[in-house]
Design a protein around this ligand. Structure first.
Ligand SMILES: Nc1ncnc2c1ncn2[C@@H]1O[C@H](COP(=O)(O)OP(=O)(O)OP(=O)(O)O)[C@@H](O)[C@H]1O
Length: 255
């Protein structure tokens, strides 16, 4: 079982250029829970996810990982880089565009942070990396450099790299959006395995069937406001608002 953490988001608001893209967003994620964030393009999904690890700084509200606030120290001042790095180490993030280091081999992409941030020896980091590359179904093709891999392989390496820092929460920002359709399933399969293992996960996704299958909670954002938050069976079978009903008709006519 991985070590997991709760995420608590309270009254979060965020504007860009005077336009509010998140409005008073609150969300509780229990340890081991999988939460999918759905919504139309521009509704604020990625911004919400990026606020959780302070890649975006919210204007108001707070975010706690296992009760500890990120971004702002106990005295109310902005966290130092070091304090922030300590909080961020609890969070693993997988982006739409993989963000692998292009000049490093698969193995080194996964071992760099454990060696340089956590102080693991090369041998320890490689042992951990090999196990995680197996877990993410990448297998043993570890000397390749990223440009020789398919999008699906890159994303599975990116997942292994995020897991290598032993995060307590995994954040996924549209992890399959940049993939050819035939590669989507293999990446979703890995994420599904992680959900079964008990990882706390927050996912932004457009994969409705997947969200329905893996989530404990589905959150729907509309213009920066959470308008529905429910169990997937309720969300997909009995949405409370016309807005979600319309969205589901457009996005997932088969559901
Ligand atoms: N760094 C930024 N500077 C200015 N505006 C931004 C920035 N990041 C996001 N926005 C704006 O905030 C709004 C919400 O963007 P966000 O990426 O969170 O939406 P989204 O729901 O994830 O959309 P998509 O599904 O298309 O990825 C959009 O109008 C976007 O243009």
């Amino acid at each position: 079982m991985p070590e997991t953490a709760a995420v608590s988001i309270r009254n979060l608001s965020k504007s860009f250029d005077g336009i509010e893209v998140l409005r008073d967003v609150s969300l509780e994620v229990q340890p081991g829970e999988v939460v999918s964030i759905l919504g139309s393009s521009g509704s604020g999904k990625s911004t919400l996810l990026r606020c959780i690890n302070w890649l975006e700084q919210p204007d108001r509200g707070d975010i706690r990982i296992d009760g500890d606030r990120i971004g702002v120290s106990d005295t109310g001042k902005p966290m130092s880089r070091r304090e922030l790095a300590g909080m961020r180490a609890r969070l693993g993030m997988v982006f739409q565009g993989f963000n692998l280091w292009p000049h490093l081999s698969v193995l080194r992409n996964v071992t760099e942070a454990p060696i340089h941030v956590q102080g693991l020896s090369k041998a320890e980091a490689e042992e951990r990396a090999m196990a995680l590359l197996e877990k993410s179904r990448h297998g043993r093709q570890t000397r390749a450099v990223p440009h020789t891999l398919s999008g699906g392989q890159k994303q599975r390496v990116a997942i292994a790299r995020a897991l290598a820092m032993q995060p307590k929460v995994m954040l996924f920002d549209e992890p399959t959006s940049a993939l050819d359709p035939e590669l989507v399933g293999e990446v979703l399969g890995v994420i599904k395995d992680l959900s079964k293992e008990g990882y706390t996960m927050v996912l932004v996704t457009h994969e409705m069937e997947f969200a329905r299958a893996v989530s404990d909670q589905v959150v729907f954002l509309d213009k920066g406001i959470i308008i529905e938050k429910s169990h997937p069976s309720e969300f997909f079978e009995n949405p409370k608002t016309d807005r979600v009903r319309r969205f589901l008709e457009l996005e997932a006519p088969a559901v």
